[in-house]
Ligand binder design. Structure first.
Ligand SMILES: [Zn+2]
Length: 249
């Protein structure tokens, strides 16, 4: 079984985008223990075998990653991808200038910190310029969000990003087609692990929000783990269909 794990903020607020520091440290220790391989995102997606492996992703690039989590990753030599919103780097996650209900507004990493992270081996991925719902804006604006983000990251850090994360996991066929023009792979908020090859333009992930409890991630890859992931994925798909809720990408 393979899975891409989605983290956002590492803080003790208990919010839907937060994992507390103690649980995060526990995850890192478990991931470094060798029970499961931790691969760079592109390698995990390209991995043709059925071997157990995970990749680590961090959406939005919260500044608190610089207060220990990035050190924890590099100390354990764990590869990771941080998806940044290029117009918001060094600012906050108040997308569109508005606080989101139930979600804390927090500072985001600046270009200097992202550059240092990249030097230490962290992959910097793209997460659009301004974090819009891509299905709700004209396709010309979608291209600007996709291409503009990659161009800015390349200008600031000297490396063109090849991985992309859809904000809120919000996508449709045209959005996916356009994302494929600019990026080699793109990750969603579809809550699913996988055994077979996946479409690199729609890579599912597991939101670690559901694995904060002690032992929840550590029971990988048991039947109970698979069952809980499947049920959670179904519940999220149902909610997406009924409420148009796609998740917190
Ligand atoms: Zn996001």
């Amino acid at each position: 079984m393979r899975a891409v794990l989605t983290y956002h903020s590492v803080d003790d607020s208990g919010s839907p985008i937060s994992i507390d520091r103690a649980s995060f440290e526990r995850h890192l220790d478990w991931l470094a223990s060798g029970v499961v391989r931790v691969l760079p995102l592109a390698e995990l997606v390209a991995e043709p075998t059925g071997l157990d492996a995970v990749a680590l992703t961090f959406d939005d690039g919260f500044a608190n990653l610089g207060d220990g989590p990035l050190d924890g990753l590099s100390a354990r030599r764990l590869p990771a991808t941080v998806f940044v919103v290029s117009d918001h780097v060094g600012r906050t996650n108040a997308w569109g200038g508005r606080d989101a209900p139930g979600i804390p507004t927090l500072p985001l990493l600046g270009w200097d910190a992202l550059g240092k992270a990249a030097e230490r081996g962290v992959e910097i991925g793209a997460h659009t310029r301004s974090h819009p719902r891509l299905t709700r804006i004209p396709i010309g604006a979608v291209d600007d969000e996709l291409e503009g983000c990659a161009a800015r990251i390349e200008r600031e850090l000297g490396v063109r990003p090849t991985a992309f994360a859809y904000p809120y996991g919000d996508l449709n066929d045209p959005v996916v087609r356009h994302a494929s023009r600019f990026y080699r792979l793109a990750v969603t908020t579809e809550h699913r692990a996988f055994d077979r090859p996946v479409d690199p333009a729609r890579v599912p992930r597991l939101d670690v929000y559901y694995f904060r409890r002690k032992g929840a991630l550590e029971r990988w890859p048991t039947v109970a783990f698979r069952r809980s992931v499947r049920l959670r994925g179904l519940a999220r798909r149902f909610r997406a269909g009924v409420q148009g809720f796609w998740g917190l990408g």
